[in-house]
Design a binder for this molecule. Structure first.
Ligand code: SF4
Length: 477
């Protein structure tokens, strides 16, 4: 996956920071989700941290024996009557799904929310074959009508107001203009019913695959996922190879942390467990179930120093907690996966040479690690990727020069102390109530979007020396 927008990460950030409406929307929504998550974790049967430990252990076990669990899962899917396909990369996945569509004379495809389908650009591939592809998740549908890409992995339309959504629905599907959310959803629901009943193929993502039973699990808050996987005669489930759990018991642990982390719910409204296509005696369900297992770089990440990123269950909590994501939103990252997870998984899957800026899109404050339901050490992984970008010679020139200058000054104590004194004096001269609103020259990039704190009157080492002197411990070890 490469960024096709032809503008740099810094230009996208610049653009995002100008959009005050979207910044307000990101800030409000992410803070609300973070608060809901915190409350939801207090309702866990076991203490939240213990459940997170169990969830992490399940992911670690799965990833350390992934070959075995994949084989078990594939056998179980086949035993249940499903067909398993293996795709090494995006092109192969699209070819396989395209062939299923062509063999079955598919014209209309309805698709529920799936990040891996975004990752492989599945809609474009099917449209190139002449299929009509319609997103069934309300947020994804609005994004599709607007001709945009999702800006959050759980709430794709987080950056739009209800007024903007009303206008999109009016312009694109002739909805009488309204800003009432219930009226908009009722209008789209009626339209979607007709689409579900006439679609030849339903495509879904997979939140988890259960190795022992061959069950695929989808978690949604709208009924669209169930309609997508039930009404059309063919169901294609697209799944990253890492999204397995060994057993149904393990699944119950993962479900406890997924909904709580994503939306602050104890359980999502619809948790669908699908094992095989419709049986002869069953009234509902597809005639065929195809499970497409997609590698697309994942097996290359296994065994590397950033392999832990494959534990991710795509809950989106790290986006909501991240102060950088809250300011710039999802589109600025230029990747299907934004936020802290995107800043690690994108370079991990596609190479730091192509995505060298993303590991720097973090303050390393650790808020993402605090909320991750499987305790991924995201700041640690970001640092490892920064090392890799430096080793690949991708560190920007200004940073190389700046760091060399800092090392030169920092290893000369007299010069360093003089510099600190000068910075303290200079910064307090232009500060107002301890904060600098506008810095000069290249430093102005910082104050374009936030204030800068003035340096303390006395440096830390000067204060320490003074305190030691006052308490009479100067010179003691
Ligand atoms: S890295 Fe953790 S918090 Fe972020 S999406 Fe993945 S599981 Fe959720």
């Amino acid at each position: 996956m490469t960024d096709t927008t032809n503008i740099t990460f810094y230009e996208r950030v610049e653009e995002a920071l100008q959009n005050t409406q979207a910044r307000g929307a990101f800030d409000r929504a992410t803070k609300r989700f973070t608060a809901l998550r915190a409350t939801a974790f207090t309702s866990l049967p076991a203490a939240g941290d213990l459940t997170r430990d169990r969830a992490r252990a399940i992911r670690a076990e799965t990833l350390s024996h992934l070959d075995r669990y994949l084989a078990q899962f594939a056998d179980a899917v086949a035993t249940a009557g499903g067909q398993v396909h293996w795709a090494a990369d995006a092109a192969e996945a699209n070819r396989i799904i395209g062939e299923i569509a062509q063999v079955n004379h598919v014209q209309r495809v309805v698709k529920s929310k799936s990040m891996v389908s975004e990752e492989i650009h599945l809609n474009h591939a099917l449209e190139a074959l002449g299929c009509e592809v319609i997103e069934s998740d309300l947020g994804e549908y609005i994004i599709q009508l607007a001709g945009e890409t999702p800006s959050h992995i759980i709430t794709p339309v987080i950056h739009k107001t209800k007024e903007q959504v009303g206008e999109i629905l009016r312009d694109k599907i002739n909805m009488p203009l309204t800003h009432e959310v219930t009226e908009m959803t009722a209008f789209v629901r009626m339209k979607m019913r007709e689409i579900f009943l006439t679609a030849d193929m339903g495509i879904s993502g997979v939140n988890f695959g259960v190795a022992e039973t061959g069950t695929i699990v989808t978690v949604t808050n709208e009924g669209n996922g169930r309609m997508t996987t039930t009404c059309p005669r063919i169901h294609v489930a697209v799944m990253g190879i890492e999204r397995l759990v060994p057993t149904l018991d393990d699944l119950s642990v993962m479900l406890q942390v997924l909904a709580r982390s994503a939306t602050g719910q104890k359980l999502s409204v619809y948790t669908n467990l699908i094992t095989g296509p419709r049986r002869a005696h069953e009234p509902d369900g597809p005639d065929e179930l195809h499970v497409v297992l997609i590698d697309n770089g994942r097996s290359k990440v296994l065994g590397t120093e950033v392999a832990e990123i494959l534990y991710c269950i795509r809950c989106g909590a790290c986006l909501n907690a991240c102060p950088v994501y809250r300011e710039i939103g999802g589109h600025a990252y230029g990747s299907v996966y934004p936020g802290p997870i995107g800043s690690v998984v994108t370079p991990a899957l596609y190479g730091v040479a192509l995505w060298s800026d993303l590991p720097h899109a973090s303050s390393l404050c650790g808020a993402c690690r605090e909320v991750c339901p499987v305790r991924i050490d995201l700041p640690g992984l970001l640092l490892k990727l920064r090392h890799q970008t430096a080793a690949a010679g991708k560190t920007p020139k200004y940073l190389q020069v700046g760091l060399r200058a800092f090392r030169w000054a920092g290893t000369r104590p007299a010069l360093f102390h003089l510099g600190m004194k000068f910075a303290s004096w200079g910064s307090r001269l232009i500060a107002s109530r301890g904060w600098i609103k506008r810095l000069p020259g290249p430093l102005s990039h910082w104050t374009q979007s936030r204030d800068f704190p003035a340096f303390a009157k006395e440096s830390f080492s000067a204060q320490l020396k003074k305190r030691r002197r006052e308490s009479g411990i100067e010179g003691q070890p």
